[in-house]
Design a protein around this ligand. Structure first.
Ligand code: HEM
Length: 436
């Protein structure tokens, strides 16, 4: 099909996506050029073609997010996750009041991403500095690779209504984003000058020999990508758990976690970020990521050479869109239960590509393994802490568990789950409050 002036191919079956994105990984390494992004954002890792500086940035991001680095991140994850549990307990009056937890969750992931990148913690979902920074990040994410603005695909519209007249939202958002990150970076430099040892990606990137703008580019890409994707997946996991079907499963998960730690609840809590030894939780998070595809079209790619696929020649320069949502629900791949949520679907299944939500191939999400671990740990801690139930109040919002309708947003790169109200009842309030 044609997307404005871009020749575009949309792959919909799991097998075709796998053949193209993995079988031709190197041929699909570029991103299509989106006006107002690649030309306006310096070192835009997620949106740029694979030039030499972007290759260096991706390599550095991969190293920063790789397993050997995780132990230095555990101390960052600890307080953020405790903060979430504490907020759910306190704001929800220990189950007495149903709450919408998404802002807390997004704050947790953002706080974590900021600590990872610039070694700075910012708690408080209402903190104005954080809110404006997240808003500027969201405005950029909202338009990236989306089909909302015809001018991104139609040269004539750009000619008739130039940026100066239309007010380029990417440029203005980038300005706000950069102003905020300058403050954060200045603070980091001050602490380093005072002799503090700060373990974060910016300080680590010195070893990758990146220039300062490249280092900032990597950090911005990580900050940009982290909050909504990860928070949405955890949020949808909780949505199912607190629903009628999921309630019994909470008991099974709790029993499985306790069995894995021989009944030692504190150890299960402490080890949540350090290992994934409860297969039931692993299967549950994989199925959550598959069923509610929070990145329904991954991020588009562009071919860098001609590709022979089956009996077709796909020329160089074609935009390649993976319909991850459809691939994730493809009956010819997952069988006749593809359309239903089955938390044990991945028990005993160690495939390296359980779903397409992280993309696939040469530019697969560099944070897939770390995000899995964050989701796993948050689920473990939530199950140890609470019994979660959807609100019985007549006016309460129920979770929308539909595979497509769960999202309030259809024309953006990242889905945004519809809000619901959930009661967080502590299993053992006395034990729980000792955690903070
Ligand atoms: C559940 C959570 C997440 C999901 C579902 C997700 C999904 C994705 C997808 C679909 C892509 C495009 C992959 C492709 O082209 O094949 C991507 C790229 C990327 N993600 Fe994630 N992501 C998540 C979390 C994160 C986090 C926490 C970070 C940072 C700490 C991150 C950093 C990135 C970066 C930097 C890229 C661009 C890579 C490139 O273009 O080479 N992601 N992600």
């Amino acid at each position: 099909m044609r997307l404005g002036d871009q020749r575009t191919l949309v792959a919909t079956s799991f097998q075709a996506i796998k053949d193209l994105w993995i079988g031709h990984a190197n041929d699909l390494i570029d991103r299509p050029f989106q006006h107002g992004f690649a030309d306006k954002l310096e070192y835009d890792l997620s949106g740029a073609a694979m030039t030499e500086p972007i290759r260096r940035c991706r390599k550095a991001a991969m190293r920063a997010l790789a397993k050997p680095m995780w132990p230095s991140y555990y101390p960052l994850l600890e307080p953020s996750s405790v903060n979430f549990v504490k907020n759910a307990f306190t704001a929800g009056a220990n189950g007495g009041k149903a709450i919408e937890a998404y802002p807390f969750l997004r704050q947790v992931v953002f706080d974590l991403a900021l600590s990872l990148t610039y070694g700075t913690r910012m708690t408080g979902e209402n903190n104005e500095f954080v809110v404006t920074l997240i808003e500027s990040i969201n405005r950029i994410s909202h338009l990236r690779s989306s089909t909302q603005r015809f001018r991104d695909y139609t040269p004539m519209l750009r000619f008739l209504i130039p940026d100066a007249l239309s007010g380029n939202v990417i440029v203005t958002s980038e300005r706000v984003r950069q102003q905020h990150l300058d403050v954060v970076y200045a603070d980091l430099q001050r602490r380093l000058a005072e002799g503090e040892k700060v373990n974060c990606i910016v300080t680590g990137l010195v070893n990758d020999k990146l220039s300062l703008p490249e280092s900032h580019g990597v950090c911005k890409a990580l900050l940009q990508a982290a909050p909504d994707s990860t928070a949405s997946s955890i949020y949808m996991g909780i949505a199912w758990l607190c629903s009628h079907d999921g309630r019994a499963y909470q008991t099974e998960l709790y029993a499985a976690i306790m069995a894995a730690y021989h009944g030692d609840r504190d150890r299960a809590w402490d080890m949540a970020f350090r290992e994934e030894i409860v297969p039931l939780v692993v299967s549950f998070y994989k199925e959550t990521l598959r069923f509610w595809t929070t990145t329904p079209f991954a991020t588009p790619r562009a071919t860098v050479s001609d590709i022979k696929h089956r009996d077709t020649l796909i020329p160089k320069g074609v935009t390649m869109i993976m319909n991850a949502q459809q691939g994730n629900h493809d009956e010819s791949w997952y069988g006749h239960t593809a359309g239903s949520f089955d938390p044990i679907r991945f028990m005993g299944n160690e495939t390296s590509l359980p779903h397409l939500t992280y993309g696939a191939g040469s530019r697969i999400c560099p944070s897939a393994a770390l995000s899995n671990r964050i989701i796993y740990a948050m689920i473990v801690r939530l199950i140890l802490a609470f019994e979660m139930t959807e609100s019985e109040e007549p006016n309460a919002r129920r979770p929308d568990l539909d595979a497509i309708n769960f999202s309030d947003v259809r024309d953006s790169l990242v889905a945004l789950p519809r809000a619901y109200d959930c009661c967080y009842n502590a299993r053992d309030a006395h034990w729980l409050v000792q955690k903070w």
